[in-house]
Structure formats: C-alpha cells, structure tokens
Ligand binder design. Structure first.
Ligand SMILES: NC(=O)c1ccc[n+]([C@@H]2O[C@H](COP(=O)([O-])OP(=O)(O)OC[C@H]3O[C@@H](n4cnc5c(N)ncnc54)[C@H](O)[C@@H]3O)[C@@H](O)[C@H]2O)c1
Length: 250
C-alpha cells in the first residue's frame, strides 16, 4: 500500500485492543512498527508475534502522559528504525466517574493527561521526524468526541479535545506536508469495553443508536487507519472518520 510499505510507524497503546490490531495491520502491509505502551512486557509479546509472521517490529516503553517519556520514545524509534512517517495516537483510558464522586478530580486529570495531553506530547516529541518524512498522524477519537453519555464527563471532554486538536494541528502542520486525521470508533470489542458489553443496560443504550446492531471488532479499525495513514487519503486532513456501525448517523 502506497505510504505504508517500508514506512516507519509508531503505535501507542499497542499492547492490546485497538492499538494491537492497528499495529498488526500496519505490519502486514509492510510498515516497520514500533509498539509503544506502558505495558512493555505485553507489547513485546505482540512485537514478537509480528516478527514471527515475517514483519519488522520493536516494543518500546512510553507513558504518553509525560512529555519526557514521549521524547525518549522518539529518540529510541530514531535509533531502532529511523524517522517515523506514521504516528498512531491510540493510547487511551476511561474512567466512568460521576461528577459528584470524591475521585472525580483525580480521574478527570488522569483521563485528560493520557487521552488529550498524551496526543499533544506525542505530536511534539515526533514533530521533527514527521516534518522530515512529510508524515501522517492518526488520532483515536471516539463517538464521544461529538456525543456523550452518563459518567462520560472526563472521557467525552478528552475525546472532544482529540477531535479539536486534530483540526487545529491539521492547520498548523499542512505547510510542513504533515496530515492529521482522527478515527471515531463506536463500541469496539476490546478490554476497555468489557464492563459496558457485560452490562445489558449500558450496551443496550449504545446498540439502540447503532443501525448495524452490533459492536465492532478491533480489526475493523485497520482499514480506516491504513486509509488515513497512507497516500490513499492524500487530500484528507483535519477529518474525523466515524467507524461506528452508523452510531453517529442515528
Ligand atoms: N474500545 C472502544 O470501544 C473504543 C471506542 C472509541 C475509542 N476508543 C479508543 O481507542 C483507543 C484504544 O482503546 P482500547 O479499547 O484498545 O483500550 P484498551 O484499554 O484495551 O487498550 C489501551 C492500551 O493503551 C495503553 N495505555 C494506557 N495508558 C497509557 C499511557 N499513559 N501511555 C502508553 N500507553 C498507555 C494500555 O496499556 C493498553 O495497552 C483509546 O484511545 C480509546 O479511547 C476505544
């Protein structure tokens, strides 16, 4: 695939779920993939599986919430492979904390730190490399970038920030030849949504607004991610692409 084969790609949160699927999809299409995660042992297991399948992959530690950690990752990627051309800002967390809860402050700060500041930190850390390669950034937004639900104050705020940063960065980086887009998944079958999918009320609320009537699989994000990371989307920047079984159309 043009823009994927031979490209150096960094995927955060690649140890499991959506990040694992996207990292594997990039590798299967010929990218050299750096799998970055706080869960380094699990990321290494995934990287080993990718190498066993005949592609190039390394696992590298990062906590995206901290700029020095993102900067260290950028240096490690440069040393391992060379300058990154594709950055998938996928690492994310959820806390379903009501506003009246005693832990709201801490949870809000933690969620914003990973989901929103994390995207800014990674973008800053990889800016020089992406400018050099005229690269592509793909951020993981959510249907919660534009809608909301009970207990979603922190998560929806953080994903709204991802959508807005995607648009603002598209402006700032277009002159450097760097495109910035985001994916807005609906409910995807990953560890993050285990509790939601096990709760008939919660999953029922989502499915009532999902024309396709089922959750998505992490592998179903691969095509959209490859599209936005490749030259197939050469005139697309600042976009939020729903991958949600029609949720946002309902
Ligand atoms: N699963 C869904 O339904 C869904 C829907 C919309 C958006 N998303 C988004 O997709 C992304 C991936 O979600 P998922 O469902 O695969 O989640 P997940 O919890 O299954 O996996 C998240 C991964 O991110 C890593 N991570 C967490 N904090 C990190 C940090 N500070 N630094 C580096 N890595 C960190 C975790 O170790 C884990 O490997 C997230 O941004 C999430 O918000 C998920």
């Amino acid at each position: 695939m043009d823009g994927i084969k031979g490209a150096i790609a960094v995927v955060t949160g690649a140890a499991q779920g959506n990040g694992e699927a996207i990292a594997k999809g990039l590798a299967q299409n010929g990218a050299k993939v750096a799998l970055a995660d706080v869960q380094i042992d699990i990321a290494e297991t995934v990287a080993a599986a990718i190498r066993k399948a005949g592609s190039e992959a390394v696992a590298l530690p990062v906590d995206v919430a901290f700029l020095p950690s993102a900067t260290e990752l950028a240096a490690a990627v440069l040393e391992a492979f060379g300058p990154a051309e594709i950055l998938i800002n996928n690492a994310g967390i959820i806390r379903r904390t009501p506003i009246a809860s005693e832990t709201f402050d801490t949870d809000f700060e933690t969620v914003m730190g990973v989901n929103a500041t994390g995207v800014a930190n990674m973008t800053r850390a990889f800016l020089d490399q992406l400018k050099e390669t005229k690269g592509r950034i793909v951020n993981l937004g959510s249907i919660m970038s534009v809608t909301a639900g009970p207990g979603m104050t922190a998560y929806a705020a953080s994903k709204g920030a991802v959508a807005q940063m995607t648009k603002a960065l598209a402006h700032d980086l277009a002159p450097d030849g760097v495109r910035v887009n985001a994916i807005a998944p609906g409910v995807i079958e990953t560890p993050m949504t285990e509790a939601t999918r096990a709760n008939p009320d919660a999953i029922g609320r989502f499915m009532a607004h999902t024309p396709m009537g089922r959750p998505g699989r992490a592998e179903e994000l691969v095509g959209p991610a490859l599209f936005l990371a490749s030259h197939a989307s050469s005139y697309v920047t600042g976009a939020l692409l729903p991958v949600d079984g029609g949720y946002l159309a309902a």
